[in-house]
Design a protein around this ligand. Structure first.
Ligand code: RET
Length: 267
């Protein structure tokens, strides 16, 4: 019976496999980009590139595990992909563990480019605390996701709500950091790309709670399991590429412009 509910078409199975592979390939490629461009920046900005490398390495390994989790959960029965008997179930848990490392790193990273003066240490502490608590509470919640064995809508929503409180805290902090940072960059050509980080951040970070909620479409009768899982994995992957790679590249471009303006010449 389980296999009937969770069976998916060949196309859906393959699209998810491809998307998950794209995710860790993008992280592998970016590792080279951040290492190779690091010295175009003044030493004081370089920690931003180092943190991008930390983020990408963790993502590469955990997203690879995520893909393995997908491949080993299913088996082909001649017409469709069905859950493999006795195998580990597919779980998004690996992603959460990746975020546990990457969320604080991504938040700290911007503090090496934005000049927030003496408030830097205060932001570092608050970003680390809010980021980690947001992920830990969401990690607990995802065990109760609709469609999972331990499905419990109330617990899933309550933990999701607690996580959202910390998310709002993160959003308030990042908005302040970007506003202060760009005010202190006045007159620099880097202001444009630095300011553009705010909308990129908001859009990409909001995709995560969106993907968390997606399985609820099942309960509302608006989508089947196959649609839900493809949409959720696609959303997570797009969000990962934008929040880690695009964001890191924007910070790096801003640092390079600032370095040049401050008279730095790569030797
Ligand atoms: C959860 C649980 C439901 C409520 C909210 C969530 C927010 C998650 C976010 C994750 C961001 C992750 C990033 C990873 C990059 O490596 C945990 C899904 C609000 C915002 C940026």
């Amino acid at each position: 019976m389980m296999t009937d509910i969770f069976g998916i078409s060949v196309e859906a199975y393959e699209v998810v496999s491809h998307i998950l592979t794209l995710g860790y390939a993008a992280m592998a490629a970016s590792i080279f980009y951040f290492i190779l461009t690091k010295n175009s920046n003044m030493p004081k900005y370089r920690m931003s590139s180092v943190l991008s490398v930390v983020v990408m390495t963790s993502a590469l390994l955990l997203l690879y595990a995520q893909k393995q989790s997908w491949s080993s959960a299913y088996t082909f029965n001649g017409t469709a992909y069905v859950l493999r008997e006795g195998a580990e179930l597919f779980t998004n848990g690996y992603r959460y563990l990746n975020w546990m490392i990457d969320v604080p790193m991504l938040l700290l990273q911007i503090l090496f480019v934005a000049n927030v003066g003496t408030a830097r240490n205060k932001y570092m502490t608050q970003f680390s605390v809010s980021g980690v608590l947001m992920i830990v509470t969401g990690y607990i919640g995802q065990f109760y996701e609709p469609g999972r064995l331990a499905e419990n809508i109330t617990l899933w929503l309550v933990w999701g709500f607690i996580s959202t409180v910390f998310f709002v805290w993160v959003l308030i902090l990042i908005t302040r950091v970007i506003r202060t940072g760009s005010a202190n960059m006045k007159g620099s050509k880097a202001t444009g790309v630095f300011r553009a980080i705010l909308p990129v951040f908001y859009i990409s970070w909001f995709l995560y709670p969106g993907a968390y909620l997606m399985p609820y479409l099942l309960n509302l009768g608006l989508a089947n399991y196959e649609f839900t899982i493809v949409a959720q994995q696609l959303t997570y992957t797009v969000a990962d590429i934008v929040s880690k790679v695009v964001y890191g590249v924007m910070l790096n471009v801003a640092s390079t412009i600032l370095s040049e303006e401050e008279g730095f010449v790569e030797s």
